[in-house]
Structures are given as C-alpha cells and as structure tokens.
Design a protein around this ligand. Structure first.
Ligand code: SF4
Length: 78
C-alpha cells in the first residue's frame, strides 16, 4: 500500500464523520490539528468546499479563501 493511501486511510479513520457535512477529503482538509505529523500531507479536496460546509465547521471564510488557493495548487501537483 502506498504512503498516500495509508495517509488517506489514517486521516479518514481519524476525522471522517459520515453524518457531518462534507466529503471525507473536505473534512480531512479542514483538520485543525497542525501538530499532527500527517497535517502537512493530509488529503485535499478535489473540488471547492461549499460555503455552507465551511460555515458549519466555523471556518472564517475571509481567512479560508487564500488557503483554498493553496489547496488548489497542491491538488494540481498530485
Ligand atoms: S492530520 Fe488531522 S485528520 Fe489527519 S491524522 Fe492528523 S489529526 Fe487526524
């Protein structure tokens, strides 16, 4: 199993809640535990996260927009 797949499975098992808004990738990308060794390499969403989902998680939309650009760039390098 590749490191990418192991990391994705680890993060999904850690944070994904099927009853909460967002796909597993969206939920993982919104993880705020920056001290986790997986944080820098966690999965990123493959499409923009709806504002309703961001609001549900209490994300500051003004703060998130610059990071969303970074996420898009990172996805392009996968
Ligand atoms: S980066 Fe976040 S979701 Fe992934 S394992 Fe760490 S704490 Fe869990």
């Amino acid at each position: 199993m590749s490191l990418r797949k192991r990391t994705d499975e680890n993060c999904r098992d850690c944070i994904y809640d099927s009853l909460a808004p967002g796909t597993w990738r969206q939920q993982v990308s919104l993880c705020t535990i920056k001290t986790c060794p997986f944080w820098d390499i966690r999965a990123k969403p493959t499409s923009p996260i709806p504002e309703s989902t961001l609001r549900w998680y209490g994300v500051d939309l003004a703060d998130f927009q610059p990071r969303a650009g970074d996420l898009t760039q990172e996805i392009g390098h996968d």
